[in-house]
Design a protein around this ligand. Structure first.
Ligand code: ADP
Ligand code: MG
Ligand code: MG
Length: 867
C-alpha cells in the first residue's frame, strides 16, 4: 500500500485518503498555483499507527525519506544542514475540516547549526532566532505537552525586560536569549535535551500529529459536529516559506466572500512580518485584508484573482491561508469556508445567479437547521440599548446571558438552565465545550477569522470579537470598560450582527425573512412534494403563518379561543351548567365569540384551507383546581360573601375528576355526550362562513380522538344535518378526523368512509402508541433512556418511525385505499422537525402542519426531502 503521496500525485477528490488540506493542496499544485512543495502521509497510515504503534511508522519511514529527498531536490535545499537548510512544516489534515482542533508544527529542521545557516542564507539573524524560538515552542507543546503558558510567560518576561509590547519588536539578541531559556524549559519539563537531529524531530512530529486525532478537544469537536471518529488524520510535510522576513513579508487568512453576511468581497485579515498562527491566535489583532491594497497592492490583486479562481474551481466560497515571502505570494491552504446561516443563504442565491451552481445544488447548501438559526433573535429595534463597547460583528444574531469567564463554568451553568455569555480575552480550541454551552461569545482580542469567530459561526452562536476597549480580568472575574465594571453573573447582551456589546438584558425580537431567504424557500416549495401548513388559533397566527409561507391552517384549536380572559367565565358557566337550558344559554354567548374568531381567521386565509378542530380537552381544564377552590371558598366565607357558586363549581370539578384525563372524557367523546357543545361550534363555523360571501372559503371540520366508525358516522351526520339548516348559503366544507389513537390508525379504512381527510395528531399518537405520558415522561426517565441508547432521542422531538411511523403507514395505506382522494397530513409538533418532515415526505403525506415560526424550517426540510 502506498502511504506517502507527493502533492503532484493527489487531487481534491482524494480527501478521505489525503485529508482535506492535503487533497486541496495537491489540487492547487495541479492548477499551477504557487504552493510550496510537499507531500502527504495518508489517513490510512494514521489509523494503522493508532492501532499498531510506533513500529508501523518505522516500516513507513523509508517512503518518508525518499519523499523528503524529492523535496530537497525540488527546493534545492538540504534537510538538516547548510548552506541552505530545508525547513518544513508538519501539518495535520483530517478528511473533514476541524479548524484549529489539531496540531501543526512550523520550522521543523532547526538546530543550532541549521539556525546559523538559515541566518546566513537569508541574511537576517533576527529572523532565524525568531523561527527557532517558534519551533521550540510548537514542538515542545505539540510533541511533548509542555504547556504553552510556560513558554508565553518567559516570552512576556523578555518583552518586559526589553520594554517592548510586541514580539516582533524583539531584537536578535533578545530572541537568542529567549531560545536559550526555551531550551532549558524544555529540558526541565521533559527531562530530555531538545532533539537536534531533524530526522528525530520529524518522526516525533509525525507521530504527535497522528496522536492529535485523539485529543479531548478534537473528540469534543467531532461529537458536536457529528463527525466520524474513525477517519484519522493525514500529515502534510510542506517546505517552509517565511512570512516573518520583514516588512515585505507577512501572513494572512481570507475568505472569497464575507463569511458573516455573504457579501461577494475578499474578506479576511493579515499581519506584516508574522508567521503561521499569529493571525488566528488572536494575540496581535490583525489588519483587515482591505489594507493590503495600501501595504502590498500587487499581492492584493493576485490574491483576489486566486480567490476567484479557487471559487470557480471548487464552486463554493473558499477559506484561504496565505503567506507572503519577500513580495511573493504563496497559498498554503484552501477549503470550503465555514459561514453563518445568513451568509450561506446569500452565497447560495448569488452563486446560482452567477451560474456557478444550479438551483438544486444551491438549495442543498442550506440546511433546515440553518434556516432555523436565521429565525433566531435579534435586538428589538424599538429598544434603546446601553452600548458599552463595540467589537467586530463576528457571528450574527443576538444573545443575552450572564457573564462567565471560564468555559467549564459555562458548561456547568448551562446545565442548570442558565443562559450564559462566555467572555474571554481570546478563545483557544481547548475552550470548545464552553463555546458550545454559551448562548453568545465576547472576546476582547482577535479578528473576524480568530478562533472564537470561526467556531461561533460554525455553531450559529452570536459572537462579538476584538472588542478592544473592554479589558478582561480573568483572575478577578471582572469585565471592565473605561468607566464601568461588570462581574461574573451580571447580564450582558452581545449583538453579533453589529458588533455591539450591551449592558443588561435587552429584549429580543424575531427577524423578518430576507429577500434571499424567501427566494430559497420558494425554491424549496417548488422542489417539495408536500406542502407546509401551520397550526394557528387566532387571526394573528394566521397572518404570521401566511407571511412565513404556510399554504393552509392544519390545526385551529378552538379551545384556545376559550382561554381568553373575557371568555373564560362564560366557558366556566357552560361547564358548570346543571341543566341543558343553562348550558345552552352559556353556549349561545360562546357562539357569538367563536363566530368572531372564525371570521377573522377565514378572512386572513382567503383562498387557503383552514382545518378547524372541535373541542378537545377534558372540561375540568376550564375549572380551577380543587384545592384552589377550597381556598377561595374559605376566603369568600370569611369575607361574608355567598359561596354557593363556588361550591357548585367545586362539586362539578369533583364530578369531572379523572385519574387519567389524557385517556378520559375528552375529544369527540365530549361532542357525542354533549351534542349541544359541538353543535354550537359547528354553527359558529357556518355562521362565519355565511357572513363572508366575498371570501374564497376552504373550511374543513376535524374531529379529535375518534377511533370507531360509530363515532365518525355520528359526527359526520351531526355536521351535515346542521349544514342543512343553512339552505341559503352554498356551504362547501369537508369533514375529517384526527388519527391519534392506535385503533384509529388500524381502522382507517372504515373511518375513511365518513372522513374526507385525515390528520395525524402525533403528540397523542406517540403517547398512546408508546404508552408514555409526554408531560410526565420528559422530566422523569426519558433522559436516562436516551443516555442508555434505548431511544436515540425523545420520540416527542423526533417521530418514532419504527413504531408510530408504522401506524401512520398503515393508516395512510388503508385510508387511501378506501378513499383514493383522501387528503392526509400531520399536525403534531413533529410537523416542524426536519427529520420527521423527511419521514412524512417518504410516506407521501399531502402536508405537514407546524407552529407558524417553524414554517420556514419545515419548508426547507420539505424541499430537502425531495432533493
Ligand atoms: P490549521 O489546520 O490549524 O490551520 P495549518 O497546517 O494550516 O494548521 O497551519 C497553520 C498555519 O501555519 C498556516 O495557515 C500557515 O500560516 C502556517 N504554515 C503552515 N505550513 C507552512 C509552511 N510550509 N510555510 C509557511 N507557513 C506555514
Ligand atoms: Mg490551516
Ligand atoms: Mg390530540
Amino acid at each position: 500500500i502506498k502511504y506517502v503521496y507527493d502533492f503532484s500525485e493527489g487531487s481534491s477528490d482524494m480527501k478521505a485518503l489525503l485529508g482535506g488540506k492535503g487533497a486541496n493542496l495537491a489540487q492547487m499544485v495541479k492548477e499551477g498555483l504557487a504552493v510550496p512543495p510537499g507531500f502527504t502521509v495518508t489517513t490510512e497510515a494514521c489509523l494503522r499507527y493508532l492501532e499498531e504503534g510506533r513500529e508501523f511508522v518505522q516500516s513507513l519511514w523509508i517512503d518518508v525519506e525518499t519523499a523528503l529527498e524529492r523535496l530537497e531536490s525540488q527546493t534545492g535545499r538540504t534537510f538538516g544542514s547548510g548552506p541552505e537548510p530545508l525547513l518544513v512544516s508538519v501539518r495535520s489534515g483530517a478528511p473533514i475540516s476541524m479548524p484549529g482542533m489539531m496540531d501543526t508544527i512550523l520550522n521543523l529542521g532547526l538546530n543550532d547549526d541549521t539556525r546559523s545557516a538559515l541566518a546566513e542564507m537569508v541574511g537576517d539573524d533576527r529572523f532565524a532566532w525568531d523561527s527557532y524560538r517558534r519551533f521550540i515552542q510548537m514542538f515542545g507543546n505539540v510533541v511533548k505537552g509542555v504547556p504553552s503558558e510556560r513558554f508565553e510567560s518567559i516570552l512576556e518576561e523578555v518583552r518586559r525586560n526589553k520594554g517592548v509590547a510586541l514580539d516582533h519588536q524583539l531584537d536578535a539578541e533578545a530572541l537568542a536569549s529567549l531560545v536559550k531559556r526555551y531550551l532549558s524549559l524544555y529540558e526541565e519539563v521533559t527531562g530530555e535535551t531538545f532533539p537536534s537531529d531533524p530526522w528525530i524531530q520529524l518522526r516525533e512530529a509525525v507521530e504527535a500529529v497522528f496522536d492529535s486525532w485523539n485529543t479531548a478537544r478534537a473528540k469534543t469537536y467531532r461529537k458536536i459536529h457529528g463527525i466520524d471518529d474513525s477517519m484519522g488524520t493525514a500529515v502534510n510535510v510542506v517546505a517552509m516559506v517565511y512570512g516573518n522576513l520583514g516588512g515585505d513579508s507577512g501572513t494572512g487568512v481570507c475568505f472569497s466572500r464575507n463569511p458573516a453576511d455573504g457579501e461577494k468581497k475578499l474578506y479576511g485579515e493579515f499581519l506584516v512580518n508574522a508567521q503561521g498562527e499569529d493571525v488566528v491566535a488572536g494575540i496581535r489583532t490583525p489588519q483587515p485584508i482591505g489594507e493590503l491594497t495600501r501595504v502590498m497592492p500587487e499581492i492584493f490583486e493576485e490574491l483576489k484573482a486566486t480567490a476567484d479562481r479557487l471559487e470557480r474551481r471548487f464552486k463554493d466560497m473558499q477559506d484561504i491561508e496565505f503567506t507572503v515571502e519577500r513580495g511573493k505570494l504563496y497559498i498554503l491552504q484552501t477549503r470550503t469556508g465555514k459561514r453563518s446561516a445568513e451568509a450561506a443563504v446569500r452565497i447560495a442565491v448569488e452563486m446560482e445567479k452567477e451560474g456557478l451552481i444550479d438551483r438544486n445544488e444551491a438549495l442543498g447548501r442550506i440546511s433546515p437547521e440553518q434556516v432555523e438559526r436565521l429565525l433566531h433573535s435579534q435586538i428589538d429595534p424599538n429598544c434603546v440599548p446601553d452600548v458599552i463597547s463595540r467589537g467586530l460583528p463576528a457571528s450574527p444574531g443576538a444573545a443575552v446571558g450572564r457573564i462567565v469567564f471560564d468555559p467549564d463554568e459555562a458548561v456547568a451553568m448551562a446545565e442548570k438552565g442558565e443562559s450564559v455569555v462566555l467572555v474571554r480575552p481570546e478563545t483557544t480550541p481547548d475552550d470548545i465545550h464552553g463555546l458550545y454551552a454559551a448562548k453568545g461569545i465576547l472576546t476582547s482580542r482577535g479578528g473576524m477569522t480568530s478562533h472564537a469567530a470561526v467556531v461561533a459561526r460554525g455553531l450559529g452562536k452570536p459572537c462579538v470579537s476584538g472588542a478592544e476597549d473592554v479589558s478582561i480580568d480573568l483572575e478577578g472575574g471582572r469585565l471592565l470598560t473605561e468607566d464601568r465594571e461588570f462581574v461574573k453573573g451580571d447580564f450582558i447582551t452581545v449583538d453579533g450582527s453589529t458588533g455591539r456589546v450591551i449592558a443588561g438584558e435587552v429584549p429580543l425580537s424575531l427577524p423578518s425573512i430576507s429577500d434571499e431567504l424567501n427566494t430559497v424557500l420558494d425554491w424549496a416549495d417548488e422542489a417539495a412534494d408536500l406542502q407546509v401548513w401551520a397550526n394557528g388559533d387566532t387571526p394573528e397566527d394566521a397572518k404570521r403563518a401566511r407571511s412565513f409561507g404556510a399554504k393552509g391552517i392544519g390545526l385551529c384549536r378552538t379551545e384556545h379561543m376559550f382561554m381568553a380572559e373575557d371568555r373564560f367565565p362564560v366557558m366556566q358557566r357552560m361547564v358548570v351548567a346543571e341543566s341543558l337550558e343553562e348550558r345552552q344559554e352559556a353556549l349561545d354567548d360562546l357562539r357569538a365569540m367563536q363566530v368572531e374568531d372564525f371570521v377573522g381567521i377565514f378572512r386572513e386565509m382567503d383562498g387557503l384551507p383552514v382545518i378547524v378542530r372541535l373541542l378537545d380537552p377534558p372540561l375540568h381544564e376550564f375549572l380551577p383546581k380543587i384545592p384552589e377552590l377550597d381556598k377561595r371558598i374559605v376566603e369568600a366565607d370569611s369575607a361574608g360573601y355567598d359561596t354557593s357558586k363556588l361550591r357548585k363549581m367545586k362539586s362539578r370539578a369533583e364530578s369531572l375528576r379523572e385519574v387519567n384525563p389524557m385517556l378520559g372524557f375528552r375529544g369527540c367523546r365530549l361532542g357525542i355526550v354533549y351534542p349541544e357543545i359541538y353543535g354550537m361550534q359547528i354553527r359558529a363555523i357556518f355562521d362565519a362562513m355565511s357572513s363572508l360571501p366575498d371570501v374564497n372559503l376552504k373550511v374543513e371540520i376535524m374531529m379529535p380522538l375518534v377511533q370507531t366508525k360509530g363515532e365518525m358516522a355520528l359526527l359526520r351526520e351531526m355536521v351535515d344535518s346542521i349544514a342543512s339548516e343553512y339552505p341559503q348559503a352554498s356551504l362547501s366544507y369537508l369533514v375529517g378526523t384526527m388519527i391519534e389513537l392506535p385503533r384509529a390508525a388500524l381502522r382507517a379504512a372504515e373511518l375513511a368512509e365518513d372522513a374526507e381527510f385525515f390528520s395525524f395528531g402525533t403528540n397523542d399518537l406517540t403517547q398512546t402508541c408508546l404508552g408514555l405520558s409526554r408531560d410526565d415522561v420528559e422530566s422523569k426517565f426519558m433522559k436516562e433512556y436516551v443516555d442508555k441508547g434505548i431511544f436515540p432521542i425523545s420520540p416527542f422531538h423526533v417521530l418514532d418511525r419504527d413504531g408510530v411511523g408504522e401506524l401512520m403507514a398503515i393508516a395512510f395505506e388503508r385510508g387511501r385505499k378506501a378513499r383514493p382522494d383522501i387528503s392526509i397530513g400531520i399536525c403534531g409538533e413533529h410537523g416542524g422537525d426536519p427529520k420527521s418532515v423527511a419521514f412524512c415526505h417518504s410516506l407521501g403525506l399531502n402536508y405537514v402542519s407546524c407552529s407558524p415560526f417553524r414554517v420556514p424550517v419545515a419548508r426547507m426540510a420539505a424541499g430537502w426531502a425531495a432533493l
